[in-house]
Each structure stands twice: as structure tokens, then as C-alpha cells.
Design a protein around this ligand. Structure first.
Ligand code: CTP
Ligand code: MG
Length: 230
């Protein structure tokens, strides 16, 4: 049986840091960037990816109609469901995961709609890596010195050699995610699914991605992305 690949695209955040700085009311994943809404960049890419079978988008209910119309205009025929988000990103992804009727060996790729600067090679590469070795996430090596502090004073300088900034996409086997959710119970303060999967005792492979795969957080990220993506 062919292994299926499902995408969970997170778009249920309010983008509060971004809105505060830019005075734009719309969540950052819906503003226009180089001619199309930020989220559409990722939707078009996953539509184009030959491995992807279905796309689940998490968002607030008030955006369901809007996303449906975006998908229709962009011919995103792989859109399989819109799922109401939760209070945190972690809860939003869990809600979406529960909608996927997958088999144990199917793959689930999780990506933040707020990271529009991904390309087809990156997506294909991480899916192929996950087909070989299971759980795989993208990150970039830390290039600055990192210190720990207490009350504004340094307590420790970390060895940056083994430190990574972690990004999305992240890919997991369906059964690994399922049992990690089960094991984590009510604990829901993970900042990404990899954290939960690691805690459940699984080995997660780090793939070096691109430092240009930035997550829109504040207004200046848009200026930067316009330069990087054109
Ligand atoms: N997200 C989500 N559900 C939430 C919170 C966030 O699906 N309850 C999504 C966001 O839409 C975004 C991704 O998770 O694509 C990363 O989150 P973040 O960058 O923190 O976005 P926001 O939470 O929207 O921004 P902020 O924290 O500034 O409010
Ligand atoms: Mg947030």
C-alpha cells in the first residue's frame, strides 16, 4: 500500500506581535506578500508537491470561507479540511491531527503558514528523508554565541557547536505522532511537535535547512522576505 503524506498547515494564530508593530488587523498569514496572501505561497507549494495527498489547514472559524475561496482560486484541490484552531499552536496541530484518518506508516508534515519562503526541493527532500528515517525536522545551526542568564546577568555560556534553531516543515510517521499524543496526555506546553515526539522517546533527525526560511514575526520580516523571495 502506498504511504500517504498529509500536510497540516497552521494558520490559527492571531499574529499579535506582527499586528502591534504593523497596525494591520489581519493575521500575518493572510496579508499580501508579492502578489498573494502569505498562506497561499505554502498552499500552492504543497498542491504542487507530488508526494502530498491531502492538506489540512488550522484557522479560526471566521476565516474558513476566506480560505475556501483562496483554495478555489488557486486550484488547491488537495485541500482536505479546515480545522478550528486551539488556544496554542500545539493545540491547533492536535485538532488537525485528529481529523486525519491515516495508516500507521503514513507521514504527517507540519508547516507554519507564517513561513512562506520554502521551496519544492526543501519539501521533497524532507519527505524523502522521512521515508527513509522516520522523524525529521528542519533547523539551522546557531551562529551566534548563546548565554543563559538570571536577573540580567550571565550564568553560563553554552557551547553553540551542537545548538540549532528549529523551523518547520517537520515530518513524523502517523503512528509515532499518535502514540506521542497519547503518552503526553494533558501536557500541552510543547512549542513544537518534535519536542513531544522526543519526550516520548523517539529519535528525531535534524536536517540543515535554510536561514532564509524565516517565520514572519514582526513587520521588518516582510521587508526582508520581499527581498529574499523575489
Ligand atoms: N498558530 C496556530 N494556532 C494558534 C497559534 C498559532 O495555528 N493558536 C500558528 C500561526 O498561525 C503560525 C504558527 O502557528 O502559522 C506559528 O505561530 P506564531 O508565529 O507564534 O504566530 P501567532 O501565534 O499568530 O503570532 P503571535 O504569537 O505574535 O500572536
Ligand atoms: Mg504565537
Amino acid at each position: 500500500m502506498k504511504r500517504k503524506v498529509y500536510v497540516i498547515l497552521t494558520a490559527a494564530g492571531k499574529g499579535e506581535r506582527f499586528s502591534k508593530a504593523s497596525k494591520l488587523k489581519k493575521p500575518k498569514q493572510f496579508i499580501r506578500l508579492l502578489g498573494k496572501p502569505v498562506i497561499l505561497h505554502s498552499l500552492l507549494l504543497f498542491q504542487k508537491c507530488k508526494y502530498v495527498d491531502g492538506i489540512f489547514v488550522t484557522s479560526g472559524r471566521e476565516y474558513f470561507e476566506y480560505i475556501h475561496s483562496l483554495a478555489a482560486s488557486g486550484r488547491i484541490i488537495k485541500l482536505s479540511g479546515l480545522v478550528e484552531g486551539g488556544k496554542t499552536r500545539f493545540e491547533s496541530v492536535r485538532n488537525a491531527f485528529l481529523e486525519i484518518k491515516g495508516n500507521p506508516y503514513d507521514l504527517v508534515l507540519i508547516h507554519d503558514a507564517a513561513r512562506p519562503n520554502i521551496n519544492i526541493d526543501m519539501v521533497n527532500d524532507i519527505i524523502k528523508a522521512a521515508m527513509r528515517s522516520g522523524e525529521v525536522i528542519y533547523g539551522s545551526k546557531v551562529s551566534e554565541t548563546v548565554k543563559r542568564s538570571k536577573n540580567g546577568f550571565v550564568t553560563e555560556t553554552l557551547n553553540r557547536k551542537n545548538l540549532w534553531f528549529v523551523q518547520t516543515p517537520q515530518v513524523f510517521r502517523h503512528d509515532v505522532l499518535k502514540s506521542a499524543y497519547k503518552k503526553s496526555g494533558k501536557k500541552n506546553d510543547f512549542t513544537d511537535e518534535s519536542g513531544m515526539v522526543e519526550r516520548a522517546g523517539n529519535r528525531v533527525k535534524l536536517m540543515e535547512g535554510s536561514k532564509e526560511n524565516i517565520k514572519i514575526t514582526s513587520a521588518s520580516d516582510i521587508t526582508l522576505l520581499k527581498k529574499l523571495m523575489k
